[in-house]
Write a protein that binds this ligand. Structure first.
Ligand code: FMN
Length: 188
């Protein structure tokens, strides 16, 4: 076996492809697809999205300093791709994708009704990195679709939500669960 060396690149895979919503009212609410996103702190709960300054959404993020990360599902794959290849500069993405905006609870950016989990964020810091600006944010609220709650335990089933993954240009459905946190050390 041998390893080859590639030039430095963005090779962390798989990633989520999320729909980030922004804007402060129905007249300017927009969404864009983002793969450069992640959790950066557990307590306080913090996450980030990295967005290119040329995106139509960028000035909306800078102006209102709030956004919502809406997780996407296999059923939402087409809309997720569409929102990532067309701009709010030219289209009403709500009309074109058929996704439904509902008002946020703690932020002015909307929640996508069809999304199983929506994470409302307030920007703490913007870091200009190069091609992208990183919006580091506090999580103010998480909205979960109660269709995925177990009526007995109250636990949220991510498995039932059928989340969408993104792998180097391709959208993927997740496979079966093969273990649980800590399973490697659990006594039989
Ligand atoms: C799967 C996927 C992932 C993307 N990830 C990012 C990202 O992390 N950051 C970014 O700035 N643009 C990303 N884009 C591109 C934007 O979503 C795209 O340019 C979109 O049209 C911008 O919309 P807007 O002009 O309405 O803001 C991605 C697109 C796709 C399809």
């Amino acid at each position: 076996m041998s390893k080859i060396n590639w030039r430095p690149g963005t090779m962390i895979n798989p990633l989520p492809a999320v729909l980030v919503t922004c804007g402060d009212g129905p007249e300017n609410w927009n969404m864009l697809t983002v793969a450069w996103t992640g959790t950066i702190c557990s307590d306080p709960a913090m996450c980030y999205v990295s967005v290119r300054p040329e995106r139509f959404s960028h000035p909306l993020l800078m102006k209102y300093m709030e956004f919502t990360i809406n997780l996407t599902t296999v059923d939402m794959a087409r809309a997720t791709d569409w929102a990532g290849v067309r701009s709010g500069r030219d289209y009403d993405k709500w009309k074109e994708t058929g996704l439904t905006p509902i008002p946020g609870v703690k932020v002015s950016s909307p929640t996508i009704e069809e999304s199983p989990v929506s994470i409302e964020c307030k920007v703490k810091e913007v870091i200009h990195l190069g091609s992208h600006d990183m919006f580091m944010a506090d999580v103010l609220n998480v909205r979960a679709d109660d269709r995925y709650l177990d009526p007995e335990t109250g636990a949220f089933s991510f498995e039932k939500a059928n989340l969408l993954a993104y792998e180097h240009g391709f959208y993927r459905q997740l496979g079966p669960i093969i273990g649980k946190f800590g399973f490697s050390v659990k006594k039989k």
